[in-house]
Design a protein around this ligand. Structure first.
Ligand code: SF4
Ligand code: SF4
Length: 100
């Protein structure tokens, strides 16, 4: 995967829409199971971003393990070139999914 953009406002792995996890897991319902909420919430993320050099952030995790029944799912690995992840009401989900 070349690029993963995640717009969540509260995850320890997220800075400026970049995900710095090495591996993430997307569930059967397309939710990101690797999300870890920050103790200080959105505000903590905003302050950490202010101290971050954007160029130092990685473009995508090394691996996206996925259990959603999607056309890009190749034996539990995401084969899409790029994906978008964003906050929904009850979870943070992959928005690139296309059901098989
Ligand atoms: S993709 Fe998942 S682990 Fe990565 S920043 Fe977004 S919510 Fe966090
Ligand atoms: S695009 Fe499909 S295979 Fe890739 S992470 Fe999203 S739901 Fe899983």
């Amino acid at each position: 995967m070349d690029r993963l953009k995640c717009t969540t406002s509260n995850c320890k792995h997220n800075l400026y829409d970049h995900c710095n996890a090495k591996t993430i897991v997307i569930s059967k319902k397309a939710a990101c199971d690797s999300r870890i909420k920050r103790a200080g919430g959105e505000l903590e993320q905003t302050f950490e971003e202010l101290e971050t050099v954007v160029e130092s952030l990685q473009d995508a995790p090394d691996e996206v393990v996925c259990d959603f029944d999607c056309i890009y799912n190749a034996k539990r690995k995401c084969s899409a070139v790029a994906i978008l992840v964003s906050d929904r009401i009850f979870a943070t989900k992959c928005r690139t999914k296309i059901k098989n």
